[in-house]
Write a protein that binds this ligand. Structure first.
Ligand code: MG
Length: 246
């Protein structure tokens, strides 16, 4: 099932080129139907928090210059909900950075409250999965004590286009393209901390609520964006999320 939020916040299910409005995410159909191309898609979650893992792929750790530092536990940070941007958004290049980077990622959307859940029970708390672009002001990430500007500026988290349910999160390829050119390719089987372990770990100290979002880290190939660039994050079994930097 593909769960969307659209228009003024209506939930729906995508089937082919159609959107069927529903009562709540994945709920009963209301009978209203729209053409997918006619609706404005919104981020498919209204999270109280967005929890992100910094180093979850060995080849990305290597490219960031930390070859021997495979973490023993997940290195987490937060993005704030103001960072959310919708599929197709035009995101202004912010004035406080000269090094805006893309990081294509698999995002997990929580469906049921999670508190101290063991890894083997974690995935039943997941509503589904979507595509995320973890926009990062790389220069400010290096100069600032906390990554508030670097990670949580307005528009720094395009999310969508919809939530795909019933996926195996460790069996998905991820691609990022800039102006149609492939820049990142990874497979989720190569994550250092699989999704179930990440969610369980977070839930040991932070209660995860329905619609909270967890970003699972980026594979290698991160790089610069410039005004005018079109960025696309595609995750197998979900679809693709496209935005433009302006
Ligand atoms: Mg990231």
């Amino acid at each position: 099932m593909r769960i969307v939020r659209f228009g003024r916040g209506t939930w729906g299910i995508v089937e082919g080129g159609r959107v069927w409005a529903t009562r709540g995410p994945g709920g009963a159909p209301t009978g209203r139907r729209y053409d997918l191309e006619d609706v404005q898609l919104l981020p498919p979650a209204r999270p109280t928090k967005i929890v992100c893992v910094g180093r979850n792929w060995r080849d990305h750790i290597r490219e960031m210059g930390h070859p021997d530092e495979v973490p023993s536990e997940p290195g987490l940070f937060l993005k704030a909900p103001n960072a959310l941007a919708h599929p197709g958004a035009e995101i202004p290049y912010p004035p406080f950075t000269r090094l805006l980077h893309y990081e294509g990622e698999l995002a997990v959307v929580i469906g049921r409250r999670m508190k101290a859940v063991p890894p083997e029970e974690a995935l039943v708390h997941v509503r589904g999965y979507t595509c995320a672009l973890d926009l990062t002001a790389r220069d400010r990430q290096q100069t600032d004590l906390q990554w508030v500007r670097a990670k949580s500026a307005d528009g720094f988290l395009p999310l969508g286009p919809w939530i795909a349910t019933d996926l195996d999160p460790q069996a998905l390829s991820i691609c990022t393209r800039v102006n149609g050119e492939l820049r990142q390719y990874g497979h989720t089987r190569d994550m250092i901390f699989p999704v179930a372990e990440l969610l369980s770990y977070v839930s040991t100290f932070m209660t995860l609520l329905p619609e909270d979002v967890v970003l699972t880290g980026t594979p290698s190939g991160v790089g610069e964006l410039h005004p005018g660039d079109g960025v696309e994050v595609e995750v197998e079994g979900i679809g693709s999320l496209s935005v433009r930097i302006v």
